[in-house]
Design a protein around this ligand. Sequence first.
Ligand code: FPP
Length: 248
Amino acid sequence: MHVAIIMDGNGRWAERRGLRRTAGHEAGARTVRRVVEAAVRANIDVLTLYAFSSDNWSRPADEVDRVMWLFRRYLQSEAAHCVENGVRISVIGQRERLTLGLRRIIEQAEQVTAGGRRLTLQLAVDYSARNAIIRAAHSLSLDSGSDETSGDMDRGTSQSFAKRIADAMHSQVDESSVDLLIRTGGERRLSDFLLWECAYAELVFVDAYWPDFGEAAFQAALEEFDRRERRFGGLSGSRPAQLAGDAI
Ligand code: FPP
């Protein structure tokens, strides 16, 4: 079970309280800790959190600096707690564009938590799904012997192209398809997050701002997922005559 979350609404949460937007990100970082614990208790295999998109670099420098600082502090302060809870941390995105200091802290957190078997926590930082797809297409263009260049869409080509996308963002997850995508903050869009991986994801939009999202809301989203019937393009209750692509 792979759950992905677009953690939206930090700024509005703070503005409603007459606080600076960065106070919303601070509250949001506390929510991350709570939701990771809830995901472990719910036996989720992979939890991917959208912490910073490649387009977020256009925000004011003090906001960007604060989010990066919170991210760094999270990795430093939570790694030991993650080890205790069997959580493996993995950072996806264009990490080569992050500062050397932050990259070292990421590598340390990944190393220390590498043995975690209960939950893989993927933190998406400087992440862009379009960028991942473009990079995957570029890697394919350099690999003319690959079956994927035939243009046929079957399970094999779909899986190997998915692997190129995962590699482009340094993802360590073998099966990257998202089962459930949650977006907080009331907006209903994907914002360049896991576009390929969400092909058959169930989408759950929640009005609560991210700092107000807790275990009860997370459980409610999982229950909503359980009520959905997933047909992957087929018909309810029928056996697929032909299996194609990712829709298997
Ligand atoms: C979106 O809310 C949130 C972000 C761009 C940053 C998310 C960062 C954190 C939760 C903290 C650091 C991360 C970790 C993993 C500890 P927004 O600012 O766009 O909210 P708005 O739509 O109300 O303006």
